[in-house]
Design a protein. Structure first.
Length: 263
């Protein structure tokens, strides 16, 4: 065996040992010298590819720290699936490590793709954005057989003389949406909030169902989801009042601003 071959064998042995346990200061200095004489052998790259071969073909877990280094090479567009099993933890075989390191010398090109070897690398998927309130309103109109569009109208309060907007409600799905385009003044949240009341033909009219509080800030179209506190069986009127911050349990109906009435 030539001197160069002997050095390579020793280099492989030290790199394999480096994967298994920490090198002694003398061994670390020897490895540094051999890597300097053989620049084609880059220690970090060899570690990664050796780990790739190991992960793909061996039952042993990767040495501490090596898996993290391998994971760091994965492109941002990819993610690794959890295999759901824990490998049996046994002492790594030195001959296997040496083989993996030696193989890595001719396979540095697979760095960054090691989980694909074990079938764990998949394309990273981004969850679709949550639908907007406008999209949810459109879907309700398309899917709820009893959903209807009810136009808002001023209720005679001097605060609102003209309004453009509507309300969609489905008793079947117990949900709906208010849409305001113009006419509703911006409220000071420190002093007042708007509150929706749903009058139910099967309940005492003194106590309409609370449909939730909301604010109107910037100009432009605003869509508000209706969240009734209890079930509404037979809606006869939807009314928006102006109330103290946080809303009230029972409105004094001093300011009924707009209403929407089912036909």
């Amino acid at each position: 065996m030539s001197s160069a071959d002997s050095e390579i064998d020793r280099l492989v042995d030290l790199l394999a040992r480096r994967l298994d346990v920490s090198l002694t200061p003398v061994e670390a200095e020897e490895l540094h010298g051999l890597l300097g004489k053989h620049p084609d052998w880059r220690a970090d790259d060899i570690d990664l590819v050796a780990g790739a071969a190991w992960a793909a073909t061996a039952a042993e877990p990767l040495p501490p720290g090596l898996e993290a280094k391998l994971m760091a090479t994965i492109p941002a567009s990819l993610t690794v699936l959890d295999g759901g099993t824990q490998p049996v933890r046994v002492k790594p075989r030195r001959d296997f490590l040496a083989w993996a390191v030696a193989s890595a010398a001719a396979a540095v090109g697979i760095i960054g793709w090691w989980p694909r070897l074990s079938g764990r690398l998949v394309e990273r998927t981004t969850p679709p954005p949550a639908p907007t309130l406008g999209e949810r309103r459109t879907k309700l109109l398309a899917t709820a057989k009893d959903a209807k569009v009810l136009p808002f109208a001023p209720a005679g309060d001097p605060l609102v003389s003209k309004v453009e907007g509507d309300l969609v409600w489905s008793s079947e799905q117990q949900t709906g949406y208010m849409r305001f385009v113009t006419g509703m003044p911006k409220n000071d949240v420190r002093e007042h909030e708007y509150q929706l009341w749903i009058f139910d033909g099967t309940r005492d009219q003194r106590y309409p169902v609370d449909g939730g509080v909301f604010d109107i800030g910037a100009e432009g179209e605003l869509i508000v989801e209706i969240v009734p506190k209890i079930r509404v069986n037979q809606p006869t009127l939807f009314a928006v009042t102006l109330e103290p911050p946080g809303g009230v349990v029972v409105s004094n109906r001093e300011h009924i601003l707009v209403v929407a009435k089912p036909s």
